[in-house]
Write a protein that binds this ligand. Structure first.
Ligand code: F6R
Length: 612
């Protein structure tokens, strides 16, 4: 939930850390802080409630000498324990201000630890769970900072990434990781630690993910990683392909608007290189033999929020193309239900961040039962990728806006590929048929670009309806998960009541919500079910609602019943979510802009939901 940066090197630590925090602000943005080891050998700590801009203002007004140094740590917070105030913001220090700690995660036994510390005479100044760590280090410190952090972590229950600086160590920062992401950046004479690589890719593309329950010592000339016993562990470095401009706004007012526009390219990246010379789909990552795939009896797709909606689309595609039963699971419910799994099940875990705690737990639950897990994720080296048997990287590039757009779009493209691959190997579709569906998929980036070029009337429409407090979304077949997704986007961004329903269900209850102040968005791409939608839309219009219909070019069946018509180009109905999703993203973003809301950082949300 929070963003963490650590640096030791040759540049001004303050500049590097604050710059890194700016790129991580999507992870949490209710308070922020830094600690810099200054030239006099003191740890200078500055913390502010509110957005990062409040911190940078305070830093600008501070004494520059106090903040000049080449070792620093920083944090942007999403509050869990204690309100988002200055004194609860990280870094937290011990009684002597010799140690500064930033923390992502939650410590379940902090109350007990705090009581013990207070009994032993420590004064704790915040309401956070984190502060106990600084005081425990203070108590146990014997000159070896890394060993002390290892010893303290042995007594912590919960999840954490901790990054620690000590006044006596101008040459090192120590990090620890359990259940949450931590990645090191390896530069020339400088090293970085961060919650994700976007924080340091301006400086280095060489990175190494810190594994579960490992500890890292960050020095100017490199890093040392150890396990809980202090034994050094080797690990793979990787190269980050994303360039810095991909993580900047490039003139857009909001990242989300930029990311919506990047979708054609993102989908192209997802599906690129997936057809071999003989015209067969390649999914080498899956690492299952053809026989395993042929003997598979079911697929379980797990995800949260928008990823769950992508999973719902996967069900339509895989069942239709590969004739395999698919169960779509909300990850937070999945493992508590004792689901029926066996080795002939494939679990597909979808997560753009690759760090969602609920999805990770679903993966662990499956793998404990020897069930193979395929991760579909946008984040290379993420926990979801590492803990699964195989990872299908969606290659969508960094997504900074908290509400997911292009990452969802690429998840859709990815699950279509998984469906086609399973169909191909199981022999339910001929090579020609699979190839023909793949060619349809290959056309979609150009069609998404066409939809994007038609969005001006949708922006106008969003401004017109931005005064409404409720919007409904209806769809059938693959339009149904898109109705849920459209409603989720609007809810997240505009804080209004927005609900998605299968259109056929409306008369079983939800129609009671319909009135003249409730615009209804109907997702109606050309499909055998469109005539049935005509009846549903008539029923709604008869109750005075404004009907906003997303329809395929050339299909006029809903025209007489639409107050507003949004056209998308023709494609196979199964692939239509790739097109119908776009106007709903634009509608939600513009609706929020019209209400003067922050589209990139909606209230109460975080990009990476690392708590259960
Ligand atoms: C919606 C949104 C969330 C995420 C959900 C899962 O815009 O962003 O609903 O889809 O929190 O996140 P990931 O995909 O990172 O597992």
């Amino acid at each position: 939930m929070c963003g963490i940066v650590g640096y030791v090197g040759k540049q001004s630590a303050l500049g590097v850390v604050v710059d890194g925090l700016k790129r991580l602000e999507y992870r949490g943005y209710d308070s922020a802080g830094v600690a810099v080891l200054d030239r006099a050998g003191d740890l200078s700590v500055v913390r502010r409630a509110g957005k990062l801009a409040n911190l940078t203002e305070a830093l600008a007004a501070d004494d520059p000498a106090r903040l000049s140094g080449t070792l620093g740590i920083g944090h942007t917070r999403w509050a869990t324990h204690g309100a988002p105030t200055d004194h609860n913001a990280h870094p937290h220090v011990d009684c002597t201000a010799a140690i500064a700690v930033v923390h992502n995660g939650t410590l379940e036994n902090y109350l007990e630890l705090r009581a013990g510390l207070e009994d032993r005479g420590h004064t704790l100044r915040s309401e956070t769970d984190t502060e106990v760590v600084a005081h425990l280090i203070e108590e146990r410190y014997d000159g070896d900072l890394a060993a002390t952090v290892r010893s303290v972590c042995a007594d912590l229950d919960g999840s954490y990434v901790l990054v620690v600086a000590h006044r006596d160590h101008p040459d090192r920062v120590v990090g620890a990781r359990r259940n949450l992401p931590l990645v090191a950046g390896l530069g020339d004479g400088e090293s970085f630690l961060a919650s994700d690589v976007t924080a340091f890719i301006a400086h280095t593309r060489k990175a190494r993910a810190i594994e579960q329950d490992h500890f890292v010592e960050l020095c100017r000339d490199g890093i040392t990683v150890t396990d809980a016993s202090g034994t050094q562990v080797e690990g793979g470095e990787f190269h980050v392909d994303w360039d810095i401009s991909a993580a900047e706004k490039s003139g857009y007012e909001y990242f989300m608007l930029k990311e919506i526009d990047e979708q054609p390219e993102a989908v192209r990246e997802t599906i690129g290189g997936r057809l071999d010379q003989s015209g067969r789909i390649r999914l080498d990552e899956l690492a299952l033999s053809d026989r395993d795939v042929q003997e598979m009896t079911q697929v379980v797709v797990a995800g949260c929020g928008s990823a769950y909606h992508s999973g719902m689309v996967a069900k339509y595609a895989i069942e239709r193309w590969a004739r395999l039963p698919v169960h779509v699971e909300i990850a937070s419910e999945f493992r508590y239900r004792d689901p029926v799994l066996d080795r002939r099940t494939l679990v597909v875990a979808i997560s753009q961040s690759g760090e969602t705690a609920d999805t990770l737990e679903a993966i662990r639950h499956a793998r404990r039962q020897d069930v193979p897990v395929l991760a579909v994720t946008n984040t290379v080296g993420s926990s979801v990728a590492r803990e699964s048997d195989a990872a299908f990287y969606t290659r969508g590039g960094p997504e900074i806006a908290v509400a997911s757009t292009k990452a969802v779009m690429t998840q859709l493209a990815a699950v279509y590929l998984v469906g086609l691959y399973l169909a191909q190997v199981r022999g339910y579709r001929s090579t020609e048929e699979v190839r023909s569906h793949f060619f349809d998929l290959e056309q979609t980036p150009a069609l998404i670009a066409e939809v994007l070029a038609r969005m001006d009337p949708v922006r106008k429409l969003a401004r017109e309806i931005a005064g409404n407090e409720r919007v409904l979304f209806l769809g059938r077949h693959v339009g149904y998960p898109m109705a849920l997704e459209g409603a989720l986007k609007l809810k997240e961004l505009a804080y209004i009541s927005a609900e998605g329903f299968p259109a056929g269900e409306i008369k079983h209850g939800p129609i009671a919500l319909v009135d003249k102040d409730t615009p209804v968005v109907v997702i109606a791409p050309r499909h055998a079910l469109t005539p049935k939608l005509v009846t549903n839309v008539q029923e709604i219009r008869a109750r005075g609602a404004r009907t906003i219909v997303i329809a395929t070019d050339g299909d006029d069946s809903l025209v007489p019943h639409a107050d507003d018509l949004i056209r998308v180009p023709d494609t196979k109905s199964l692939l239509s979510p790739l097109l119908t999703l776009v106007p709903m993203q634009v509608l939600a973003a513009e609706f929020a802009v019209a209400r003067g809301l922050d589209v990139d950082q909606p209230r109460n949300l975080a990009k990476s939901v690392t708590v259960e």
